[in-house]
Ligand binder design. Structure first.
Ligand code: 2M8
Length: 448
């Protein structure tokens, strides 16, 4: 195992360093994932950031989520990027002039006061809101934090369960590889191969100004990302009208929705919500139905984990036979059948993910997989948010010793890599951006 705690770094020093990163990446109303690579607000990044910020300043953590939710669309969707108008258009692609949310998305209720993207990211927000509240309930109540956020979070989940059940079996589908947050996961190779890439001359990749081409998705992948997003935009971002040629049920997205639905039940108790369907019992019932659908549709006994499902393959959709870390994220779901939890734990430590054996952090993709690449973005490297989720899952199911060693490995790796965006799972070498916000925030959370 390569990620040893760096000699001489104390918990207090690490906490202070994480705090500095979050202060530097704060823009006044929200936090950028990275000053260089991602200079706007990202949806699930903000949820993870708020979980860390709550240990520094409860009002600031609340503000992070409030800023994001104030860009919510009329149909309930929470956009994956909220653009900062003071950042030049050339700093990130696709920029606001590509998405054109306030005009192209008007029919779906896109806000007029801010520009956003038109796709979504995993719904970690209700879970984050609940954790933020619990860090300082008095301040939260005084500011009416949950009371104001609750209806927005309900509308957000309703958007996903109503407009995005493209498979018709009660699970949410992602319609773009950016939506599950694992951009170039090998799980997308087959469904993406059916998409005609956009002309490479029609766009310029700003990400290559800041990141190494060997770490980032390929040009061919980008051509397909652009095509899918442009077609969605040209259908007014209306899910009923858009053909959605890429539609996948992802276990990470659906597991996070379930965890957030459980959090909504607790928030509903706190705010005294009385339904119909939006009372605590309504949320618990929805969480239970989603859990049944997750197990029915995505559990794969042979692989020992959850698999993504390609809704557009065959007559009724087909499992995608790639082992991605998304298939381990359901460990955060409470009340999974015991047999599934046992098998998942074996898989995490087995030859494909190697946790505690060949590697100290969970890789994003199968160590033995044909597409494994220890450097390239979501095709192998270990990411801190995924490891934070697995740590939480291990702890939830009572595997305290394993959770403790994963926690120690996350902290050591965050410190040694300068809060890298992701790391090589074998050597622990940092990759991508440094001073990455969710790495700092989640390290802070694990230290607290
Ligand atoms: C990455 O995704 C963006 C597109 O949304 C990109 O590659 O430009 C992913 O790692 C995603 O999960 C993350 O939210 C985002 C910002 O950190 O970067």
């Amino acid at each position: 195992p390569a990620q040893r705690p760096p000699v001489g770094v104390t918990a207090a020093e690490l906490r202070q360093a994480a705090r500095q990163v979050l202060l530097r990446n704060w823009t006044g109303a929200s936090t950028v994932p990275s000053r260089s690579l991602y200079p706007h607000q990202w949806s699930w990044d903000s949820a993870f950031v708020a979980i860390g910020l709550r240990h520094l300043s409860a009002p600031r953590a609340q503000r992070e989520l409030e800023t994001l939710m104030s860009a919510q669309w009329g149909d309930g969707r929470v956009p994956h990027i909220v653009f900062n108008p003071s950042v030049p258009l050339g700093a990130y692609f696709p920029s606001p002039d590509f998405w054109r949310s306030s005009t192209a998305g008007a029919g779906a209720g896109a806000p007029g006061h801010v520009e956003t993207s038109g796709i979504v990211q995993p719904p970690v927000h209700a879970l984050a809101a609940w954790l933020v509240h619990r860090a300082d309930p008095a301040t939260s109540r005084r500011r009416g934090f949950l009371r104001r956020l609750y209806p927005r979070l309900v509308a957000w989940h309703r958007y996903l369960t109503v407009h995005r059940d493209l498979g018709g079996h009660g699970l949410v589908s992602a319609v773009h590889p950016w939506e599950p947050g694992m951009d170039n996961s090998p799980a997308w190779d087959a469904p993406l191969s059916r998409i005609e890439p956009a002309d490479p001359c029609s766009f310029r990749r700003c990400d290559l100004d800041h990141g190494s081409a060997s770490d980032r998705p390929t040009d061919l992948d980008y051509g397909r990302y652009v095509r899918l997003a442009a077609d969605y935009r040209d259908h007014g971002y209306r899910d009923g009208d858009a053909p959605h040629p890429f539609a996948v049920e992802d276990p990470g997205v659906n597991a996070l929705l379930i965890a957030s639905e459980h959090a909504l039940a607790q928030i509903a108790v706190e705010v005294g919500a009385q339904g119909p369907g939006d009372d605590p019992g309504g949320h618990r019932g929805r969480a239970a139905r989603l859990t049944d659908a997750l197990v029915d549709r995505l559990w794969d006994e042979e692989s020992g984990m959850f698999l993504c499902r390609d809704v557009r393959a065959g007559h009724r959709g087909e499992p995608i036979r790639e082992r991605s870390a998304a298939g381990l994220v359901p460990l955060v779901v409470p009340g999974l059948p015991h047999g599934i939890v046992r098998t998942l734990l074996r898989t995490v430590g087995g030859e494909h993910f190697g946790l505690g054996d060949t590697v100290r952090l969970v890789p994003s993709y199968d160590l033995k997989g044909h597409a494994f690449d220890s450097c390239r973005y979501w095709r192998g490297p270990a990411w801190f948010n995924v490891n934070w989720l697995v740590e939480r899952g291990l702890r939830q199911y009572g595997h305290t010793t394993r959770a403790d060693s994963l926690r120690a490995a996350v902290l050591a790796s965050a410190a040694a890599s300068g809060f890298a965006e992701y790391v090589d799972p074998h050597t622990g070498a940092g990759r991508g951006a440094r001073e990455f916000s969710w790495t700092a925030a989640l390290a802070l959370d694990l230290l607290s």
